[in-house]
Ligand binder design. Structure first.
Ligand code: ADP
Length: 141
């Protein structure tokens, strides 16, 4: 299986409810390694770039407000097949439709408060990891 690095963002629901550790434990238990981690304010320009694919959706202003309601935590995780593995661990976007045993199914509330963002393809992962981490903030060990 190809070794990949993927981007996770712990969203404001995870930050305010204290769910980051529980989610990270699942990622680490699945064999994924931390390459980078930082807390940041999701500034307008970065948010617009990251969510360009939903910018025209009617729910975008609500997502923007939500994503800026607390700081977020960005995490770069590496492992075999990391992109799909993380998506599988998370479950589908809508937490109410996510199976028990998935992070969103167990810890998420709805379609917006769904604990984490995770890159949805290998191409997106490459772009998104670079968006949040300069090369010297990513570690290999
Ligand atoms: P994912 O985060 O699972 O890759 P998308 O890229 O389709 O999902 O959507 C980006 C984010 O926009 C979602 O994680 C969610 O926070 C929000 N979102 C998507 N659809 C809706 C919706 N119908 N109502 C409110 N928020 C939504």
């Amino acid at each position: 299986m190809p070794l990949q690095t993927t981007l996770i963002l712990f969203k404001p629901d995870a930050i305010s409810k204290g769910l980051c550790g529980a989610a990270l434990t699942r990622f680490e238990a699945a064999g994924l390694k931390i390459r980078g981690l930082r807390m940041l304010k999701f500034e307008d320009a970065l948010l617009r770039e990251h969510y360009a694919h939903i910018a025209a959706k009617p729910f975008f202003p609500e997502v923007a407000r939500f994503m800026q309601s607390t700081p977020i935590i960005a995490l770069a995780l590496r492992g075999p097949n990391a992109v799909q593995k993380v998506r599988d661990l998370l479950g589908p976007t809508d937490s109410t439709k996510a199976a028990k045993g998935t992070i969103r199914g167990d810890l998420g509330k709805d379609v917006m408060a769904n604990v984490c963002h995770a890159s949805d393809s290998v191409e997106a992962a490459a772009t998104e990891v670079q968006r949040f981490f300069p090369e010297d903030a990513l570690f290999d060990y």
